[in-house]
Design a protein around this ligand. Structure first.
Ligand code: ADP
Length: 768
């Protein structure tokens, strides 16, 4: 760059010199020209060589620098990782003593003041522990080191564990805790159970944490996909403080806590949801949020898992057998006075904690301060269970484990050995599993953790259950089939004219609009019905027009439906009109993660038929994305036509020119329209006696189409029963439908087309 600049300047100077002092220029002879061009060539080659050389040096210097930086970063990440895991180990050991001995204080007959202090110590200890776990996970994600451990697990047991861990927390805050598990979930799945539990614990904990009163509900459903994959859908709903729309995009950012004005007094680091998101990315899952600020939130987690069996979970109940149940006030849940336990740990406090925490179970506990002491004891004393620490000086837990297994003449070659360690993390869990340990407990342990593990490992003939060991059924409500949240609910505007019977059968929810008349605006169907509106319109002075709803109205409608559904697929009226309901619904849907708006490119029964198609797809178990894709194609297979009795109403609401309408009316011409790409298209004018016109219109509707035989909708306004019977018979002459529905159009549609008009809508298989 510099060289070429210098060259440019020299060149410029030569030109200036030759211009100002022409006498200096001399004619070049042949030899001089050769020499000159040779020198030029030489100079150019040299400058290129110098340039390339410089660039090469810069490039290799930079490469070295980047390599060095990368190496430094790798070293830094590795040492940071080492630091975090050793920090985690170092912190866990003293917390084990704090939490364990604190629990012993709580078990004593102490004054309320002391109990309150001890409870605060317990929650501070747990909080510290959660933070350490989160930091450890975060550092692993940052180092790209996080791995999943995929194993077969029992879905019911996982659910029991979750409920067992959370119901008490909900109860302590006086919150209702509802659980509903769909019976068609496979009873065994393959995946990382521990991490899935961690994800759900995080979200459920937040729901409890950020809810002052009301309830927290967990609902579990699944969608079956190909190759035995099921999409597990866990939905956690609370009636808590909710999240502002503008905060939702930041929820999953690490260290970010939103709405700090209201949340700063609630403990938290802002790491939880970021970890949840990263785990879900690793599992190919996703999390979506619907929230109404101050009203509550719903977090929906979807995780694809492989079904490990064809058996389903069935009507699910908390499995009391798998856990012993947990109560707030401690009471030991079993006694095993005949059982003998050996605890091996180099730390005196840890030995003390385990011994004390198991005191009430009357188990005989021996302790050993290192591997050699342990081996001396295992040589001659038969134990029913051994708890082994990992990191111990001289002989570590794994070496000691191997030695016990192979001890010549030893009494404990087959005794169950559980590793009890401060080494948290998945890689450690699998390390111990590979080694052959019979269980894995991470410090700090609570009395409940220890009792659960001892209960799991000991032969049942050594255990006597004491007292009542079931969980408080009143606190956890198990939701029955009919109260369960629906996976997908289909919604549409009420003007989609879906027969009531079908709305009930498929649980289609409709959004009602308002009709504006000179007397004011009325909610259609509720404050004004079709007959009433047509009577009102008998006065030629009166007008009625549908009012476009606002974004807020749609938001309220969707939020309400989401209370009983995980997803909404809204089949909207045509998008072709300006300010159409479709556009408004779409804008409202943007505030939710789980509302999908599909343009039906139609209205009235044409839109209704589209909604029915979507319902059938949802019932067949299709996912929202699949429904959306398929509907985009299928909306163009709806044939919807309308026969308008006369143009009076259309002229009155300003849709057509009044003079033009007057001329057509006086000639007794009846317009026939179709809906194409969402717009009404005039297909012709029919003239003659009423029945002749109707017959011609029906012929026209079916001509050139092969209908799908399922269903035909006939929508009408202001027609008598005998006329409707006639129309129906005429329609059925053209095609044998399995069901014919006569639907009185909604007030807003009737107000446009006027009495005596009717329409026919069906799905066609092909054009003939
Ligand atoms: P934290 O440790 O702060 O709870 P999270 O990552 O778990 O961190 O959550 C991030 C933020 O999201 C929280 O600080 C809180 O503002 C908000 N949040 C999460 N869950 C809920 C919920 N169920 N209701 C209201 N706000 C929530």
């Amino acid at each position: 760059m510099i060289l070429s600049l210098v060259e440019e300047i020299i060149g410029l100077l030569c030109y200036i010199l030759s211009y100002t002092h022409p006498e200096l220029i001399s004619e070049r002879n042949g030899v001089a020209a050769y020499i000159f061009s040779f020198i030029t060539l030489l100079l150019i080659t040299m400058s290129i060589a110098v340039l390339v050389g410089i660039e090469n040096t810069i490039y290799s210097n930079q490469k070295k620098k980047i390599e060095k930086q990368n190496k430094e970063i790798e070293d830094l990440v590795a040492s940071q990782n080492r630091f975090f895991s050793s920090m985690s180990h170092e912190i866990r050991t003293p917390i084990n003593t704090i939490i364990g001995l604190n629990e012993m204080i709580l078990r004593e007959d102490i004054s309320d003041d002391i109990a309150e202090d001890a409870i605060n110590i317990r929650s501070a200890g747990k909080m510290l522990l959660n933070t350490i776990n989160d930091i450890l996970d975060m550092s692993k994600f940052q180092a790209g080191d996080m791995k999943l451990l995929v194993e077969t697990y029992k879905t019911g047991d996982m659910m029991s564990d979750l409920v067992g861990m959370l119901w008490l927390r909900a109860k302590e805050k006086n919150l209702e805790f509802h659980v509903n598990v769909s019976p068609d979930i496979p009873s065994e799945l393959r995946g990382d159970e521990v991490r899935i539990k961690q994800i759900l614990m995080n979200i459920l904990n937040n729901a409890i944490k950020y809810t002052k009163e009301g309830s927290v509900s967990l609902s579990v459903q699944c969608e079956k996909k190909e190759d035995g994959i099921v999409n597990m859908i866990y939905s956690v709903e609370d009636t808590g403080m909710g999240i502002k729309k503008e905060d939702i995009p930041y929820l999953f950012t690490a260290f970010k806590r939103v709405d700090e004005g209201n949340t700063k007094h609630i403990e938290g680091t802002g790491l939880g949801l970021s970890i949840v998101k990263q785990f879900l990315d690793l599992m190919g899952g996703k999390v979506t949020v619907n929230s109404v600020y101050t009203k509550g939130s719903t977090f929906i987690v979807e995780i694809p898992q492989k079904a490990a069996t064809d058996q389903v979970i069935g009507e699910y109940n908390y499995n009391k057998g798998s856990k012993l149940g947990r109560r707030s006030g401690y009471k030991h849940r079993f006694e095993a006075p005949e059982a003998k336990l050996l605890v091996v740990d180099d730390n005196d406090s840890n030995l003390l904690v385990v011994t004390k925490l198991l005191r009430d179970t009357k188990i005989k506990v021996d302790t050993a301060k290192n591997g050699y002491e342990a081996l001396k004891l295992t040589q001659d004393n038969p134990y029913n269970l051994i708890f082994m620490d990992h990191l111990m000086p001289e002989m570590d837990g794994i070496e000691c484990f191997r030695a016990i297994r192979n001890q010549a003449g030893g009494m404990n070659c087959d005794t169950r050995i559980v590793i009890l360690t401060a080494n948290a993390g998945e890689e450690n869990r699998s390390l111990y599993a590979k080694e052959g340990f019979n269980g894995y407990l991470v410090k700090p342990v609570t009395g409940n953790d220890l009792e659960d593990e001892v209960y799991r490992q000991l032969p049942k003939n050594l255990i006597n259950i004491v007292g009542d060991s079931s969980i408080d059924e009143d606190t956890v409500s198990w939701i029955k089939e009919n109260e369960r949240k629906k996976r997908i609910v289909i919604t549409a505007e009420a003007s989609s004219d879906i027969p009531k019977a079908l709305c009930q059968k498929y649980d289609i929810r409709t959004f009602t609009q308002r009709v504006r008349t000179k007397e004011g605006s009325f909610i259609e169907g509720e404050e004004i019905d079709t007959q009433g509106l047509l009577r009102y319109m008998e006065n030629p002075e009166n007008t009625a027009k549908v009012e476009y709803p606002t974004v807020e109205e749609y938001e309220r409608f969707f939020a309400k439906q989401l209370l009983s559904a995980n997803n909404i697929v809204h089949i909207a009226t045509t998008s072709s009109e300006e300010n159409s309901a479709y556009k408004v619904a779409k804008e409202a849907a943007d505030s939710f993660d789980n509302v999908t708006v599909i343009d039906s490119r139609n209205f009235s029964t044409g839109q209704g038929i589209a909604a029915l198609m979507a319902c059938r797809m949802a019932e067949a178990g299709m996912t929202v994305n699949d429904i959306e894709e398929k509907m985009k194609r299928l909306v163009s297979t709806v044939r919807a036509t309308y026969m308008i009795e006369n143009m009076t109403f259309l002229a009155r609401d300003g849709s057509v020119n009044a003079t033009y309408a007057g001329v057509l009316n006086s000639l007794m011409l009846h317009p026939v329209t179709t809906v194409k790409d969402g717009s009404i298209t005039l297909k012709g004018m029919m003239m003659g006696s009423q029945k002749r016109v109707w017959r011609k219109y029906i012929d026209f509707t079916f001509r050139g189409y092969k209908p799908d035989s399922t269903v035909v909708f006939i929508s009408y306004a202001g027609l008598a029963k005998k006329d409707l019977d006639w129309i129906r018979a005429e329609v059925e002459k053209h095609h044998k439908f399995k069901a014919t529905f006569l639907v009185e159009t909604s007030p807003s549609v009737a107000a446009s087309f006027g009495p005596g008009s009717f329409g026919i809508s069906f799905v066609f298989i092909k054009r003939l």
